[in-house]
Design a protein around this ligand. Sequence first.
Ligand code: ATP
Length: 585
Amino acid sequence: MEYKKLVAVYERLESTSKRLEKTHILSEFLKTTQDEKVLLLVQGRVFPNWDQRELGMASKLLLKAISVASGASMEHIDKVWKETGDLGEAASQLVGKKSQVTLFSRELSCAKVFDNLRKIADLEGEGTVDRKSQLIAELLSSAKGMEAKYIIRTVLQEMRIGLGEGTLRDSIVWAFFGQECKAGYNQEKNILEIEDQEKYDASAQLVQDALDMLNDFVEVASLARRGREALENISLIPLRPVKVMLYQKAKNIADGFEMVGTPAALEFKYDGFRLQIHKKDKKIVLYTRRLEDVTAQFPDVVAVITKRVRGEEFIIDAEAVGIDKFTGKYRPFQDISQRIKRKYDIVEIADKFPVEVVIFDALFVEKSLLQTQFLERRKLLESMIEQEQGVLTLAKEVLCSNQSEAEEFYGKSLEQGNEGIMMKNLQAIYKPGSRVGFGVKVKPTMDTLEVVIVGAEWGEGKRGQWLASFIIAVRDKDTGELKEIGRVGTGIKEKAKEGMSFGQLTEMLRPNIIEENGREVRVKPSIVIEVNYEEIQSSPTYSSGFALRFPRFVRLRDDRNVEDINTVDDIVSMASSQRGRDEKV
Ligand code: ATP
């Protein structure tokens, strides 16, 4: 196809801001061309979403290419670029004016643009920079003004034609299923008129499911062109990333049970980062939640998977959690996050910040498991994994229908340094790409509070020599009085090298003790701490009239005075905004 035909479509897409009109333009175009590659070009891409190759062209190189093709000096191009704010626009003004070039140039085809851009991504080694610039200059030399504009924009991956993935998906549905659903775009009213809504919805879902599985608009469009059956018969392909299933948030455990049913699988929610682990032909590839390939950054994980996960072909879901080699305890996500983008000293950093691979789901094991119930998927995982604490484990799980057992499990998870818990429906299928309610997360909110310690209780057993539970209070703004709001013990460590310890807090509070009553002490309010919590509840137990559910020590705020802490009024407004937020969820 001639590139100018595609450029005409770009122009029409750019000229309207109406999403439905854009969908219409693109769907009509799809019907007229057999070349689905244009679906990549309209996104400003030459590789599908799952392909990690990049063009890697700096604007400086583009200036050079424009200069070669147009004969204009770099300074002049730079000036026009600054004036227009768009290097594509600048190219369109300058390119094509060099008459002798235009005279001999051939009509530019989509295939030529596509091929030259793909070559750029594959170039390596010496002379790469010049060769890249030449490949662009070659295209620009054959380009008319408008064509130059979109070539540059494609290289910069900034098409400025306002096409989101939703519009692309709908254009595939309209183009290939519009007729059978009797759906048509009414331009005057700017609406899509549909006679068979049910069929239309089913078709849209089919296309979306295919996109979530294959991550490739070109492939899905060509399947859709072949018909419904072709889309229905697709499966996951190991080594090609799949959009991960996401979970909804439950307000609390009772709400969680309501959403996922009983009995439910409760799991620790580990505080690491998600890894989608693929294996095929003895090759292992690791993708992040955003489907970036991080295999090179985690040779340790590749080795562990090779050794401890049986199976020829699989796709499994896991969380990589930082772990302290000496204590065996989990480390917060921040500690290991630097490993994700690391390009050098990979082995050293892997040694310094080891991770435990915690596996929690399977999408494919020798065949697709998307339609297999969660309980079965988990059983399968259990049979294929050789666990070793601190290296590779299955997510800690209990089957539970009972509120108090669940609360206990939640408390235990937080105590061990996890973020909260997941609650999962046992019968649910795996749905790539959506935030479905097949599983929910329950975790303390991110809003923290600054409170003061007004009392404490001596611990028991091995914590007997320490103050182990701390009574916390907020301030009444009007009277200055301190009002209790709960007790916190979670988040404080037994060993000082792991963070704020019971021993350290005890020593800080000891000189402030003003009253002792059995195991309970009252202290002069001076130590301000920051806490987070799952929820604020009204409560007759504490003098503020509120209680924090699952409060957790975050850090000492020795930069704060008692006058600076949160007030009862703050709590009232946070409690009411929490209700507002929950209703929106
Ligand atoms: P968050 O920032 O809360 O982790 P998110 O938007 O990344 O949320 P969600 O689907 O909302 O993702 O929450 C679940 C996330 O928790 C997963 O993406 C995964 O990385 C992590 N996780 C930790 N442990 C588990 C587990 N046992 N089961 C499922 N996901 C888990």
